[in-house]
Design a protein around this ligand. Structure first.
Ligand SMILES: Cc1ncc(C[n+]2csc(CCOP(=O)(O)OP(=O)(O)O)c2C)c(N)n1
Ligand SMILES: [Mg+2]
Length: 321
């Protein structure tokens, strides 16, 4: 395991991954109970990507997110109480119930928004990268997007622009092998999405997205280069979503055997066995972290349930157009 990380940092990573997992488990429970309206896209199985990448960032760095954004927001420090209240469509939520799961942002943490439009975060990231470069404070922007989004024009436009202007943008492709029911084997004729970086003169690398440390190391390298003016990078993280595309998706298009194989590569279980086998943490220490996260999630759900609903007149507040 890397020498750059001390025990405290690794336990923080474990804690983040577990918090994302528990947030999503609660989301599923309350979605099924009819307490969360709209659509939710669950991040379970991909925790190593958001956690590994955001662990290489500072508070004043930026991220753009996707429709599957809960993990990104939590990894960047998002408040799970305000997130859960937003999902419950309560007035105390991040967007006062006007955004829901797919439109949460927190500018104070550099979270430039999750986004229901596939590939929409890519041009926003180039813009944020441009602003960061002009500000000259060494901030970077991470752009999370999926394999499906990598086939949108916005991917190519954003990469090209970031390359020619040497913008501090780290493109993180979460290749979970599917865009809804479309398997990457049918939607593109390349094995690694990372090779696309080469067409824009940008360094590209493919990593095991279910290995949080491997993701962290790739992110750290890209972030350090971008901070020094070295320009953008593309990191493809191979991963797998444990659940359907959206909650309620019958998920009848993926091979159950493949799903089972990927479950054995669960990023949290893998990290736990590394921490324990390398004697970085004891099982008891990890169970202690997990218990405190369950309490944190109890509080977040209670806060969301107890919060008031918005009033019809609130529709006219915070409307800029
Ligand atoms: C511009 C646009 N086209 C289509 C959709 C419908 N849609 C929602 S998610 C999705 C698939 C996205 O796949 P990917 O980028 O791989 O992300 P994943 O869901 O796998 O995380 C599509 C086509 C959309 N929201 N926006
Ligand atoms: Mg995908």
């Amino acid at each position: 395991m890397t020498a750059k990380l001390d025990k405290k940092s690794m336990l923080e990573m474990y804690s983040k991954m577990f918090l994302i997992r528990k947030f999503e488990e609660r989301t599923v429970i309350h979605y099924k109970a009819g307490q969360i309206p709209g659509f939710v896209h669950i991040y379970t199985g991909e925790e190593g990507v958001a956690t590994g990448v955001c662990s290489a960032l500072s508070r004043d760095d930026y991220i753009t997110s996707t429709h599957r954004g809960h993990g990104h927001l939590i990894a960047k420090g998002g408040d799970v109480k305000l997130m859960m209240a937003e999902l419950f469509a309560k007035k105390t939520g991040y967007c006062k119930a006007k955004g829901g799961s797919m439109h949460i942002c927190d500018l104070s943490l550099g979270i430039m928004g999750s986004n229901g439009i596939v590939g929409a975060g890519l041009p926003i990231a180039a813009g944020v990268g441009c602003a960061s470069k002009m500000a000259g404070k060494g901030q970077v922007c991470v752009c999370f997007f999926g394999d499906g989004a990598a086939n949108r024009g916005t991917f190519h436009e954003s990469l090209n622009m970031s390359s020619i202007y040497k913008l501090p943008v780290i493109y993180v492709c979460e290749n979970n092998c599917y865009g809804i029911s479309g398997c990457v084997k049918d939607t593109m004729n390349i094995r690694d999405i990372a090779v696309r970086a080469d067409s824009y003169g940008v360094p590209g690398v493919s990593v095991d997205g279910n290995d949080v440390i491997e993701v962290y190391e790739a992110a750290l390298e890209a972030v350090s280069r971008a901070r020094k003016g070295g320009g953008p990078a593309l990191i493809e993280c191979k991963t797998w979503r444990h659940r359907g595309h959206w909650e309620g998706d019958p998920d009848n298009y993926r091979d159950p055997k493949e799903c089972e194989e990927w479950l054995t590569k669960d990023p949290i279980k893998r990290f736990e066995s590394k921490l324990v086998s390398q004697k970085i943490a004891t099982v008891e220490e990890l169970r202690g972290i997990e218990q405190s996260i369950e309490v944190q999630m109890d509080e977040a759900v209670e806060f969301a349930k107890a919060s008031p609903e918005p009033k019809p007149a609130d529709l006219y507040e915070d409307v800029y157009a």
